[in-house]
Design a protein around this ligand. Sequence first.
Ligand code: GAR
Length: 220
Amino acid sequence: MWRPVPEMAISVENTPVPLALLISGRGSNLRAVAQAIDDGRVNGIIRVVVSNRADAAGLEWARAQAIETLVLPHQDSPSRGAYDEVLVQALKSRGVRLVCLAGFMRVLGPAFCEAFPQAVLNVHPSLLPSFPGADAQAQALAHGVRVSGVTVHFVTPELDAGPIIQQSAVLVRDDDTCETLSARILVEEHRVYPEAIQRIIAGGWHVDGRRVVTTPVSET
Ligand code: GAR
């Protein structure tokens, strides 16, 4: 079973932390993180944007910002392990310290998670552990929950199951469609993801079992 290792210092003396953003589509969370960096809310620098799809709209935006982009189509890899290995090499060779999945619709395996211990984050459009996987907003509507939301969590090889860093609730309305609920959740994603990324960068936390908790000052 995959187990997290003790916290490693991600940020060194306030130097911006090299980030990789992994996308598969639109890239609105990518843009929210980039905006938060520009505003000084996230002490990071985007070293590379990686997509497993050449047609991801977020790639075009990144190129326009002169951010390096990389397309790694997963169909080209003989296995999940081989794909993960190529991805790890690509990120390590660029000095990436923190990997942020932003709509990256592909499961990363144990080798990838071990290469970046407690340094792979994901944003998911539901209150996990409810509604993991694809179409979380549609799953929530179909189930009839009155509250859904957003979760930022550490990535482990088990889908959408890693320790939770931050969550925010969004009320479901009677007249919600998948589109209207998704839109309100997305607003929260754009607020919460940069906050969670900065929390991890800033340190002063540790993982206790499944819980991401603040480390008492006396122990830092
Ligand atoms: C976001 O809603 C994100 O939470 C979701 O994909 C969307 C990507 O949008 N991710 C997942 O469902 C992962 N399981 P974006 O490309 O505009 O950031």
